[in-house]
Design a protein around this ligand. Structure first.
Ligand code: ZN
Length: 262
């Protein structure tokens, strides 16, 4: 019981750091300095007001000095990261698979929220992510071969990078050719290459399928509610990230289901 609690506290602490990344990366600001401050009145946040999850509840979502509301995004990101840590711990136990998939999941959270916020998939995360995913698969292959569930072989990772990047590049080119609209951003292409690097090539069709399904359901729902036309542009990265996370947990079952005879 103590271990899951420690893992969730660890997750919430990392989530608090991810919130800082989400707020600062799009502006090109440093993620380490200056220390956290209220975005409205610039008052530095004391350590006792910077406790993940709890401070937001105790301060009722407002800054202690200027009483302006604090974005609920902080609370959301901290709870999501804590949930991710606990789920991965439950799934993989503590080890190399946990470490790699937590790094991957944390990157997906940051990318999703930045895309929701400013409609950009930041290169500073996706490009190093491609290298890191491939590096982890090589380390896993040589040092942690036993008991690896989700980390792909270096070959699968490499094909994943090419397939993820290449497939979307081709789709974007064809889409633009026929509609004249730049539908899929270059950021989404690098994100899918990163997903391929971390999860291996079989994750690419599965992730794309889940993302398109989720995107259509959410898109149609939004159009019905808001009455917006066909040109309603939703950020696609959060759907790709959700698809990748579902694959991270259920990928083996999904592949088995489709490849098993009868
Ligand atoms: Zn303030």
């Amino acid at each position: 019981m103590l271990l899951p609690i420690s893992v969730s506290i660890f997750g919430a602490l990392i989530g608090s750091f991810l919130s800082v990344c989400i707020g600062r990366i799009p502006n090109g600001e440093s993620i380490v300095s200056p220390p956290s401050h209220c975005p409205k009145c610039k008052t530095p946040i004391a350590f006792y007001d910077n406790v993940p999850l709890l401070s937001f509840i105790f301060l009722r979502g407002r800054c202690r000095s200027c009483h302006e509301p604090i974005s609920p995004r902080y609370f959301l990101v901290e709870s999501l990261t804590a949930l991710l840590a606990v789920a991965l711990f439950h799934w993989f136990g503590v080890g190399f698979s946990f470490f790699v998939s937590f790094v991957f999941g944390a990157a997906l959270i940051v990318i999703s929220f930045i895309d929701l916020d400013v409609r950009i998939v930041p290169d500073v995360i996706s490009l190093p992510g491609i290298i890191l995913g491939l590096a982890f698969s090589v380390i896993g292959y040589f040092f942690f071969r036993d008991g690896l569930t989700i980390i792909p072989s270096p070959v699968s990772s490499l094909i994943g990078i090419v397939a993820g990047g290449g497939f979307l590049l081709a789709t974007a080119w064809i889409y633009e050719k026929f509609t004249g609209v730049d539908g899929m951003g270059g950021g989404d292409i690098k994100l899918l290459a990163m997903i391929g690097a971390f999860l291996g090539w079989p994750s690419i069709p599965v992730t794309l399928f889940i993302a398109s399904l989720l995107g259509s359901v959410v898109g149609i729902t939004c159009m019905v509610i808001t009455g917006a036309g066909r040109r309603l542009a939703l950020p696609f990265a959060p759907f790709l990230c959700s698809g990748a996370l579902i694959y991270l947990f259920y990928g083996a079952q999904i592949i088995d289901f489709y490849l098993s005879p009868s």
